[in-house]
Design a protein around this ligand. Structure first.
Ligand SMILES: C[S@@+](CC[C@H](N)C(=O)[O-])C[C@H]1O[C@@H](n2cnc3c(N)ncnc32)[C@H](O)[C@@H]1O
Length: 247
């Protein structure tokens, strides 16, 4: 089935498509003290909550990219509703292909929860660093191993041991690239539960409302597999944090 349709179904009730409480976003936005009109680049912006909060607070301009036409539609509506004056260009594309007109031109760059686009956490930070002006902010969200992953979990979920680092490792990778860590917000079980369980809830409601969708069996099968992996291993093994670096 269309992967973007699957994510649209399972993330229908999410505001943030990652395990972070919304209040933390507001706080992180407040830490950046951007100048009015600062330029921002957000990769894999999802439903656009982060860039909308930045625009509400600092009237930032810039670029928001996502590959899913579903979330891009929501992002455009959200920006038009909440910050109609903000000059944000919203692009539907594979962000790996995006090259800004000028490197090192953004005051803040972000990629929260989509580091695979640039290979991994290191590749993502390296890409964002190229686009960020000296002294600018780089905000990423990245999983980490809370403890050594069970080989059965790796096999079932299709991860390698090296797919992720530890929390300290995620910070170190930024430092190895010459970035300074300014802040980090680690999510707790409650945030993870909300992120995961909302997907099960969304799938259940979708099944009730669309019993004749030919994609439904696949949706339910995938959700069940992911739910079982979370309950058996993921909840104790996988961490998540937002990292706020300065270039
Ligand atoms: C885990 S979600 C995170 C979304 C958003 N940053 C948030 O935290 O709410 C991952 C996002 O990456 C987008 N995505 C996946 N592959 C992409 C690609 N190659 N280029 C751009 N966006 C992509 C998905 O559509 C999805 O919105």
């Amino acid at each position: 089935m269309d992967i973007w349709k699957y994510f649209d179904i399972t993330h229908r009730y999410h505001i943030l498509c990652n395990p972070t409480r919304l209040e933390k976003y507001t706080f992180i936005v407040s830490l950046t003290h951007l100048q009015p009109g600062a330029r921002v680049l957000e990769i894999a912006a999802g439903k656009g909550e982060f860039i909308t909060l930045l625009a509400e607070r600092y009237l930032v301009s810039g670029v928001a990219i996502d590959a899913s036409p579903y979330v891009v539609e929501e992002m455009k509506h959200k920006l038009a509703d909440r910050v109609p004056r903000a000059q944000i260009e919203v692009l539907t594309m594979d962000a790996a292909e995006y090259r800004p007109e000028q490197p090192e031109s953004f005051d803040l760059t972000a990629c929260i929860g989509a580091s695979w686009i640039f290979g991994d956490h290191r590749g993502t930070l390296a890409y964002l660093k190229e686009q960020t002006r000296p002294g600018g902010w780089i905000v990423v969200g990245e999983p980490f191993w809370r403890r050594e992953p069970d080989p059965e979990y790796l096999q079932s979920a299709g991860y390698d041991r090296d797919s992720f680092s530890t929390h300290a490792g995620n910070v170190r990778i930024g430092e190895e690239l010459g970035l300074r860590l300014a802040y980090t917000a680690v999510s707790n079980h409650d945030e993870w539960d909300m992120y995961e369980c909302l997907q099960w809830y969304a799938a259940e409601l979708y099944a009730r409302e669309h019993p004749d969708d030919p994609d439904l069996p696949e949706v339910m099968q995938r959700v069940e597999k992911s739910r079982n992996e979370y309950l058996r291993w993921g909840r104790e093994t996988m961490g998540w944090a937002i990292y706020v670096f300065l270039k």
